[in-house]
Design a binder for this molecule. Sequence first.
Ligand SMILES: C[S@@+](CC[C@H](N)C(=O)[O-])C[C@H]1O[C@@H](n2cnc3c(N)ncnc32)[C@H](O)[C@@H]1O
Length: 224
Amino acid sequence: MKINFLTLFPNYFDSFKNESIIGKAIEKGLIEINIVDIRDFSQNKHKKVDDQIYGGGKGMLLQIEPIDLALQTVSGKKIIVSPQGKVFNQKLARELSKEKEITLIAGRYEGFDERIIDYLIDEEISIGDYVLTGGELPAMVIADAIIRLVDGVIKEESHTNESFENNLLDYPQYTRPREYKGMKVPEVLFSGHHKNIENWKKEKQIEKTLKNRPDIIERIKDAK
Ligand SMILES: C[S@@+](CC[C@H](N)C(=O)[O-])C[C@H]1O[C@@H](n2cnc3c(N)ncnc32)[C@H](O)[C@@H]1O
């Protein structure tokens, strides 16, 4: 099995690749790890890969272009690690361990331009209801759980959960360019109409929470 990590911090993966069970699985040829530096795909002379958020909001977002270009160098299932994803579990680890190749995309800053999620990837996965500074650790957590389920890595016998404020996930966010390969940023964000933007954000928060984490809504209903 081949696992690609898309990251802005390739060094995070040094120990992960070399130590213990994973190091041995690589030595044995059961696993191949490929680290892809997203910055290598920046078309900007300063190697910039992030920009300000349309419609307002603090921080910076990862832009679509470098990620699109980096993803063109890999194949198989493409997964973004994000607190807005469905929560990772053993069942999912087992399913993913059957893949020939997967790619785990590690975010930074406020996360990703939402078009990356809508158009470029297959799945959005969270490691739990908390927010880390970056996706490298979650990507390694997910990869670790998958690798140990790959045939031959460990003995078969050994195989015996910001976004959650107000009980809603974050709303979709977008940064430059306004249009990329026909993929457009929603018009409401350029309206300058604060109330409409806020309503849109709230609507999208509810939409996304119902889509990705209906269990959160069920928990609120149960508590009433
Ligand atoms: C500061 S976080 C962005 C949080 C985002 N603004 C939100 O509220 O959902 C930066 C990056 O860290 C990673 N990350 C943080 N917490 C995570 C979690 N619980 N599961 C998976 N990835 C996580 C993601 O890749 C994310 O894009």
